[in-house]
Design a protein around this ligand. Sequence first.
Ligand SMILES: Cc1ncc(COP(=O)(O)O)c(C=O)c1O
Length: 387
Amino acid sequence: MEKQLNNNIQNIEVPGTRQFSNKVDQYPDSVDLTLGQSGFDTPEPIRKAMVDAINNNKLRYTHNRGLLELRQVISDYIFDRFNVRYSPEEEIVVMTGGSEAIDNILRTILNPGDEVILPAPSYLGYEPIIKLCGAKVVYVDTTKTDLVPTADSIKEKITDKTKAVLFNYPTNPTGTSLSYENIKEIVEVLKDKDIFIVTDEIYSDNVYEGKHHSFMEFEEIRNKLFVVNGLSKSHAMTGARIGYILSTPELSDLVNTVHLYNTICASTPSQYGAIAAFRDVPKEDLEAMNDAYKTRRDYLFDRLTGMGLPVEKPTGAFYIFPDISEYSNDSFQFCLDLIEQEQLAVVPGASFSPYGEGHIRLSFAATMEELVEACNRLENFLKNYKK
Ligand SMILES: Cc1ncc(COP(=O)(O)O)c(C=O)c1O
């Protein structure tokens, strides 16, 4: 039956994060730093709103774009945060996670043969979708520019086939971010071109240094901008599966059409949970979670540098991306050996494009106890690991 399959599926693999997190079950004493999900419980007001929704029989479909009440609180949140207004009626669509948002946007804009410029190392959820659309990924190597894409490095990659540039910051897997100046220079390059800008800012509330700036702040590109965001990371609710897109009325209508054939609407109880996330979770509780992530980041950074591994200090997201090239240029094998010898699961850098090779990704969304144990195991492993 193989020849009956879609040609593009042959090029798709199970992501490195899952390959290693799925292995964890085979090792009873394992420590798992593979997935970007919070070790904290989902805040109580969110859980209560979801349970109440179920008990009140809020289990029917909602509007395809999501509950208007939820779109309204998203719109207010965006306005408070970035001083930009997106209309709840026309410019917001609630999705089943940022993942569905990415899929729907890419399927809305891509034709076979199109090129998508992607700064790398990059989140592993983009390339497979681009390939499934028959389009091509054109990487921008950020390893020479402090792990952030520059305006020049993007400009160099633009061709007649470029359909979109896809940004993600704070970045999974490196934890680096774009400064206001950075974004401004990129906007200058793209503003007069027939190229979409897709920006995945799902970690915009998980920032430990400075302030997060969004592409939304630049009115001159609003007509070509798709913003992806969601609550999985900011509110420790990965399993509720709530994300959203912001775009123009015309573009969001098209994405909404793809979305409604895809899932009809996001889960209704989860949408009620999301309203509570914006409305009822005290800001201090979210700050306390971020403070804890920051403490964990500092701990991991100190331990990794103490082991002699070169590493950039992340300014956001949940990940740290040390350079292990002194020990191995095959990060996949390194991670296999690490889980087999020390029962420590981390993700090979090569999962995040060829530009991630020679690195591993550790998530610091785990608990402090797990991080201490993980560092002890990694240190022990490196003592005897030879290239
Ligand atoms: C950069 C990035 N975008 C999107 C997602 C998907 O998030 P979700 O579908 O849970 O909203 C993730 C998850 O790890 C991510 O790291």
